[in-house]
Ligand binder design. Structure first.
Ligand code: DQA
Length: 142
């Protein structure tokens, strides 16, 4: 199985960005962990990160017919991007949304995800492990 991992804005700064909330692991460490975990299960995982909404939408559209599943952390776009919601609905590729932090226990604006309803599941507050759990959910066919 082949999976696409999409990380949204500011997640390239993992490690130095608010480490008390997001941890000290870097974006590169996250990608390596996800790819090693996928390889150990006989899967493939491509990691992609962008700070730009349109580029994320292009990437979701291009995933159709190429990937068996998408793991997406839309970062702040989670809370207001109907365009990413539409893109996830437009392609026939199952997606699971992941958040490093527990967005349900943070500021009120973070407690709303407009993108999650376009996903088969949502995992919050498990740090890097959440991405691995999302891979398992997708591989199990949810
Ligand atoms: C985040 C939570 C979002 O509210 C925030 O804007 C992020 C990261 C998370 O992984 O916890 O950038 O998606």
């Amino acid at each position: 199985m082949k999976f696409l991992i999409i990380n949204g804005p500011n997640l390239n700064l993992l490690g130095s960005r608010e480490p008390d909330i997001y941890g000290t692991g870097t974006y590169e460490t996250l990608c390596r962990r996800v790819q090693d975990y996928a390889a150990a299960h006989g899967w493939e995982a491509d990691c992609f990160q962008s700070n730009h909404e349109g580029v994320i939408i292009d990437t979701i559209q291009q995933a159709a017919g190429v990937y068996d599943g998408i793991v997406i952390n839309p970062a702040a776009y989670t809370h207001y991007s109907y365009a990413i919601y539409d893109a996830l609905r437009a392609v026939d590729v199952p997606a699971v949304e992941v958040h490093l932090s527990n967005i349900r226990q943070r500021e009120p604006f973070r407690q709303i995800s407009v993108t999650a309803p376009a996903c088969r599941g949502q995992i919050v507050g498990h740090g890097f492990d959440g991405y691995l759990e999302a891979l398992v959910l997708l591989a199990e066919g949810l």
